[in-house]
Design a protein around this ligand. Structure first.
Ligand SMILES: CC(C)(COP(=O)(O)OP(=O)(O)OC[C@H]1O[C@@H](n2cnc3c(N)ncnc32)[C@H](O)[C@@H]1OP(=O)(O)O)[C@@H](O)C(=O)NCCC(=O)NCCS
Length: 297
């Protein structure tokens, strides 16, 4: 395992010195460090690490960061940035090797990006495999008539917030179960700030005879354009595809009535009741991948 100290990038024989990233580095940082989100080393705990790599003259040539998510504990997220003037000299690879040695637990890494993004080319060069695919996500609201309305859909304003939170946690858990299982404390993480972030008037909920949510289309109004997440509350919901269709149509109608022109979907190709409805809306944009990267040994 590479420890602190010198490390030689494989190409051009660049001597690198690794040290923890500090608040001072963030304040004095060259602009290119801002290409990724960075925080000072150990900002939360031993699972949140960040470092810089300096060249022989002391100049920062790269930074790297690893962290675990609150909602999942199966992989570390990782990100690396290299001085644009020094790219393709294996400095990024050397940084990744160093980050592999900073993991407090022997978990693989994950990262994400658009299919044609250099960040994914870099991840695949490190041995990545795809664990999830996100289709093009931009939806024009004029397309919404491809989905059929359904009676019995309530706006989020008519459903108790606690029921919306329970529905959110429930569907989040099952849609991730097969490829990125949730952590024991995921409920607090996925519901944090939900009340403030949701546009409850546009959010749509399919309820049963007792008023319990069976499917939801949650509209996050804190972004431009708004983001829509939709699925059934339980994986085995009968008529799940039709319920999600009705929720989506109601949510998109509500947004269109307010004069909006487009939204973005947030979901995965493995979301069984969402994907067929998503496909009917003729989405545009770029395909997006989540990938697992094996640590350097
Ligand atoms: C992605 C990044 C960190 C790569 O750093 P780097 O030091 O240039 O990477 P390396 O030299 O170690 O590249 C190793 C391999 O990754 C692949 N790769 C790296 N950059 C690539 C690019 N722009 N296009 C295609 N493949 C690329 C290549 O296979 C490369 O090997 P090769 O040069 O022999 O073809 C750098 O481009 C960067 O800082 N980008 C902006 C921030 C970012 O997107 N970070 C995401 C990291 S997950």
């Amino acid at each position: 395992m590479p420890g602190p100290g010198r490390w030689r990038a494989e190409r051009d024989d660049i001597a690198l010195r690794f040290r923890p990233l500090t608040e001072r580095d963030l304040a004095d940082a060259p602009g290119w460090l801002g290409e990724i989100d960075l925080r000072a080393d150990r900002w939360r705990d031993e699972s949140t690490r960040s470092v810089v790599a300096q060249g022989e003259d002391g100049a920062i040539l790269a930074a790297g960061i690893v962290w675990t998510s609150h909602a999942h504990d199966d992989r570390y997220w990782a990100d690396v940035v290299v001085d644009p003037a020094r790219r393709r000299a294996r400095i990024g690879t050397a940084m990744f090797r160093h980050l592999s040695g900073l993991r407090a637990r022997d978990l693989p890494f994950m990262t994400r990006g658009y299919v044609d993004d250099p960040r994914l080319a870099f991840a695949f060069a490190l041995g990545a495999r795809t664990i999830q695919v996100v289709p093009p996500a931009r939806i024009e609201l004029v397309r919404r008539t491809a989905l059929r309305p359904l009676p019995g859909i309530a706006p989020g304003t008519e459903v108790p917030m606690s029921a919306i939170e329970d529905a959110n946690a429930s569907f989040y858990q099952w849609i991730h179960a097969s490829w990125s299982p949730v952590s024991p404390e995921f409920v607090a993480a996925v519901n944090a700030g939900l009340k403030d972030d949701l546009d409850l008037a546009s959010t749509a909920v399919a309820v049963d005879g007792q008023g319990r949510p069976r499917a939801v289309a949650l509209v996050y109004g804190d972004t431009d354009p708004p983001v829509v997440c939709a699925e059934t509350v339980r994986p085995d919901e009968p008529d799940g595809e039709r319920l999600v269709e009705g929720c989506l149509r109601a949510a998109l109608d509500a947004l269109a009535e307010r004069g909006l022109a487009e939204v973005e979907f947030d979901g995965h190709v493995t979301d069984p009741h969402l994907l067929p409805n998503w496909a009917k809306l003729a989405p545009s944009g770029r395909w997006f991948l989540l990938v697992e990267v094996p640590p350097a040994r």
